[in-house]
Design a protein around this ligand. Structure first.
Ligand code: NAD
Length: 360
């Protein structure tokens, strides 16, 4: 099959890690007989340097005209980079928010998977880690408290601030459908997280999620209150497969879940719209402190590419091959500096990409 991929190298370590992910995708093409045609898109500081703005309409059109977008990371050192002398809406991060909005990316996916080989990086006790864990957080990204009306007023010298948490049933339904679709590709369990003992928006959330669940008889649905979920993530993380939740709860829980895996250079993510289209990127930033030194761990970006194969291109076998290749290279003892431990072999960005591509 032929697919069009938009590549956003971005800034800092972005170009280095995207290059390695592309190498791995080329290995997938060679093995499975696909053709990927790539278009490079400028975003963030890289776009400011060429066009004076962090995102152009042409860039959005190229992204929209592709089957999926794979991104490195954007941004520079806020203290030293001239990009941060610009008005806030002209800085690198403004380009990222703008492209997410332009592409209508309402579903954010963040897997938290503990590699047995990296168990030492996990801050949890051995008896809690057990056989490891493998979950994915599906977070609503464009509604709820962060997008509701807000105001601060003052009466009789007393200031009052109000933020509004609102969801309509369509917003809930479309993110719930994403979570159930994803569960069908995994262990077929959805934990919907809310605060239905207090919030009206959560009670509506619960009832719509139950409606959607009726279309997925193979998937087990459970509801969990957000405070309990925060505890369960560090008490028994292996119980989770897909966690479905609204924007703010997802913001907090996805950081908690990723921390228990212990290594930022390993964490992939995806943001999807209501078609198969998505933007895939590592969870980390552009790490300007190690840019251009062949030190960056490319695995988060390579695993993001695997998510792209699975969720936007429906190439599950190919995604498995990439994930297994990462596992094999780790099992063979290869490590970049950020995940290095005693007895392992230190390698650079480029060599890590070569090893994973070869293992595919
Ligand atoms: P960061 O994630 O870039 O770096 C934090 C620390 O982790 C640094 O020490 C860095 O060297 C290390 N690190 C990160 N990724 C690594 C990798 N793949 N391999 C090895 N080490 C890695 O966060 P920061 O320093 O707070 O931000 C730097 C820039 O990135 C800022 O401009 C910020 O705005 C931007 N940023 C961009 C995104 C994005 O593009 N989505 C996300 C977060 C931050």
């Amino acid at each position: 099959m032929e697919y069009k991929i938009a590549l956003i190298p971005g800034d800092g370590i972005g170009p280095e890690i995207v290059r390695e992910a592309r190498k791995v995708l080329d290995a997938v093409c060679a093995k499975f007989g696909h053709t990927f045609s790539y278009s490079e898109v400028l975003l963030g500081g890289a776009s400011i340097d060429v066009h004076g703005i962090p995102l152009t309409e042409d860039a959005v059109d190229t992204a929209k005209g592709s089957d999926a977008v794979l991104m490195g990371s954007i941004g520079g050192d806020a203290k030293t980079s001239p990009w941060y002398q610009l008005e806030p809406d002209k800085r690198p991060e403004a380009g990222l928010l703008a492209i997410r909005k332009a592409l209508n990316l309402f579903a954010n996916l963040r897997p938290a998977y503990l590699y047995q080989e990296l168990k030492e990086a996990c801050p949890l006790k051995e008896e809690i880690i057990g056989e490891g864990f493998d979950m994915i957080i599906v977070r609503e990204l464009t509604g709820g408290l962060y997008f509701g009306e807000r105001k601060t007023t003052e009466e009789n010298g007393i200031k009052t601030a109000v933020d509004t948490l609102s969801y309509n049933e369509n917003e809930i339904r479309r993110i719930a459908v994403k979570a159930f679709d994803i569960a069908m590709k995994r262990r077929k369990k959805v934990t919907s997280v809310d605060k239905a003992n207090v919030l009206d928006s959560s009670r509506l959330w619960r009832s719509i999620v139950e409606e959607v669940a009726e279309d997925y008889p193979e998937v087990t649905l459970e509801h969990m209150l957000v405070d309990n979920c925060a505890m369960q993530l560090v008490h028994d993380p292996a119980q989770f497969d897909v966690i479905l939740t609204e924007n703010m709860f997802g913001d907090i829980l996805s950081d908690e879940a990723s921390m228990v895996t212990g290594s930022i250079g390993m964490l992939s993510s995806a943001s999807l719209n209501d078609t198969k289209f998505g933007l895939y990127e590592p969870s980390h930033g552009s790490a300007p402190d190690i840019a251009g030194q062949n030190k960056a761990n490319p695995i988060a970006t390579i695993l993001s590419a695997a998510m792209m194969l699975r969720y936007s291109l429906d190439l599950d076998k190919e995604a498995d091959a990439v994930e297994e290749a990462v596992q094999k290279v780790l099992a063979d003892g290869w490590r970049t500096g950020d995940i290095m431990s005693e007895g392992c072999m230190l390698t650079g960005t480029e060599q890590m990409g070569d090893l994973i591509a070869a293992a595919v």
